[in-house]
Design a protein around this ligand. Structure first.
Ligand code: DX5
Ligand code: ZN
Length: 216
């Protein structure tokens, strides 16, 4: 079974409540929210905790918060309170990754760990017991609309091998997902497909999400 998490990075921010409703009604499994601090990646995003709390009011599916920030620990409580159901941090971030993941769990929230394209799969090994999700970046993090990096397929396959250890995490793939690349990611072992540009610009978002899952 495959899940689709449309990324609100590609949404029309001037009508965010309508966008949230449109994606939930169209069958999104999660809403993916990219939080960027302008340091870990160059361009900051407007998904503050207040903004996420506003999204939560209109959402009927769980919120998947992807923190592309230098130091995630000080932000965890605010995003949990805002309504995050899963928080994914980057293994390349600063601070104590283990303690940050533990802190997410203490807040009764699911926890994920993300790997940039040049980060080796083995980097997740110390944290396996704490992971609900592993997020494979298939573009350099920082912006939408980039091309899928096929060399990340090996990483997805390696993670599939590791999946039974720890909590039996789900594999989430983020960046450049479209009809063709979704097939590659699914065959390699992805469970959750994040999609910004492809789903948000589709004339029929419900159909686009079914196509990504391979249901049509
Ligand atoms: C990129 C973000 C992605 C982005 C994906 O740094 O993490 O979630 O929204 O956008 P597309 O699907 O356009 O590559
Ligand atoms: Zn993302």
């Amino acid at each position: 079974m495959f899940f689709v998490a449309p990324s609100l990075l590609a949404a029309d921010m001037s009508r965010l409540p309508q966008e949230v409703k449109s994606l939930c009604d169209a069958g999104a499994d999660f809403l993916h929210i990219d939080v960027m601090d302008g340091q870990f990646v160059p361009n900051p995003t407007d998904f503050t905790p207040d903004c996420v709390a506003e999204i939560k009011k209109h959402a009927t599916v769980p919120l998947d918060v992807h923190l592309m920030v230098q130091d995630p620990m000080p932000l965890i409580d605010d995003y949990v309170q805002a309504g995050a159901d899963n928080i994914t941090i980057h293994v390349e971030s600063q601070g104590d990754i283990y303690k940050t993941l533990e802190h997410i769990h203490h807040n009764k929230c699911h926890a994920g760990l993300s790997l940039k394209p040049n980060t080796a799969t083995e980097k997740i090994l110390p944290y396996l017991s704490l992971l609900n999700r592993v997020l494979v970046m298939t573009v350099e993090p920082g912006k939408g609309g980039q091309s899928f990096m096929p060399n990340q397929i090996t990483k997805i396959k390696q993670l599939k091998e590791l999946k039974t250890a720890g909590r039996g995490f789900q594999i989430e793939v983020d960046g450049g997902i479209n009809l063709e690349t979704a097939v590659l990611a699914r065959v390699a072992g992805a469970d959750i497909l994040v999609s910004g540009t492809y789903v948000l610009s589709a004339p029929d978002r419900a159909r686009a999400m079914r196509l990504l899952r391979g249901d049509l």
